[in-house]
Design a protein around this ligand. Structure first.
Ligand code: NCD
Length: 338
């Protein structure tokens, strides 16, 4: 696909070579993300970072990715701080903000809202998460991480076994990741969730139609035992009618050191899009795994910057310029990427 000026709304836009292209560009962004070099490829460009739902990683890493390419970030971080609370439509907001920005990242609680916004926008729009629907940049960084983790174990994505755990009904990250994995061959999906929070049947049907194997279970032990990667998720309490309703499921699907050692293959990669709910009653991914070498959650967050830099570089067409307009980082950068 031609990325230049394109809205990135859904992983369904991609074919496998497009994903490989994004990953190659992401690899080339390492000197900037690791603070060895500063690129000025986007000097003067403006990102409209519009987040109408809570966010830490996605908002900040999109912003930092843009800064690391030399661009400026304008942020609207709450719906209450925008004219949407005065009754302004997404259409009008899109027309206005796209006059001020070269590219927009948007997160919004309603499924389909970012596509609607993009239709009215005069600048390319990247979906930072639209309700329960999709979260394409997260799926890309997850798959980029899976690829790196499996490569270091002499394995590839084709033929992999992945366990997805938790709220698979409302979790947009697992929806997008599953659909992205559809582009690969012979994936074995072990879906572990309460019956009420299963992966949407439409997505399961799509995976099966593409030739992948999908099993669904409520039994953690059964679902965990044969995976290259386990991907845990948070109960998406904001998508339930009340907190009480979400509480029913909290803490039922947790992974800790003892469960991992007992039920998982010894080299299973542990992933989570974050935030993990570390309250005692949930504790879905226990902090007693923090030092575990297979815990990839902070490698995921670091990789998020690379993948988001790649998306900006492709959409704004500066892939070749990025390494040309550089200077060395002139400040103490520590040893945090060694
Ligand atoms: C996820 C999201 O917002 O969908 N977070 C993220 O972007 N990394 C997952 C979640 O909130 O549980």
């Amino acid at each position: 696909m031609d990325f230049r000026g394109t809205h990135i709304i859904s992983v369904q836009q991609f074919q496998r070579p497009d994903v490989e292209r994004i990953f190659d560009v992401a690899d080339s962004m390492e000197p900037f993300a690791q603070r060895r070099q500063v690129s000025k490829a986007l000097d003067g460009a403006i990102l409209g970072n519009m987040f109408f739902e809570p966010s830490t990683r996605t908002r900040v890493s999109f912003g930092c990715a843009f800064n690391m390419l030399g661009g400026h970030v304008r942020e609207t971080a709450e719906i209450g701080a925008s004219s949407i609370t005065k009754g302004e439509s997404l259409y009008d907001t899109a027309r206005v903000i796209s006059g001020y920005s070269d590219v927009i990242v948007m997160r919004h609680p309603r499924a389909g809202s970012v596509a609607e916004f993009a239709e009215a926008s005069r600048a390319p729009v990247i979906n930072g998460g639209d309700g329960v629907n999709e979260h394409p940049s997260q799926a890309l960084l997850d798959l980029y991480t899976i690829r790196k983790e499996l490569e270091s174990r002499q394995r590839g994505i084709d033929g992999m076994h992945i366990g997805m755990v938790g709220d698979l009904k409302h979790g947009r990250t697992v929806h997008s990741l599953s659909r992205l994995l559809k582009l690969y061959r012979d994936i074995n999906f072990n879906l572990i969730s309460p019956k009420q929070l299963r992966m949407p049947p439409g997505i399961v049907a799509e995976l099966r139609a593409a030739g992948h194997k999908v099993s669904q279970t409520e039994d953690m032990a059964k679902g965990l035992h044969d995976n290259d990667t386990v991907y845990l998720t948070r109960i998406q309490e904001e998508r339930f009618a009340s907190r009480l309703e979400a509480d029913v499921y909290r803490g039922r699907f947790r992974l800790n050191q003892a469960i991992y050692t007992r039920h998982c293959q010894p080299n299973t990669v542990i992933m989570h899009p974050l935030p993990r709910d570390t309250r005692a009653e949930a504790n879905e991914l226990d902090e007693d795994l923090n030092q575990h070498p297979n815990l990839a959650i902070f490698r995921q967050t670091d990789n998020g910057v690379l993948v988001r830099m790649a998306l900006f570089a492709l959409v704004l067409d500066v892939v070749e310029k990025a390494p040309q307009h550089v200077q060395q980082a002139g400040w103490y950068t520590g040893r945090r990427f060694e």
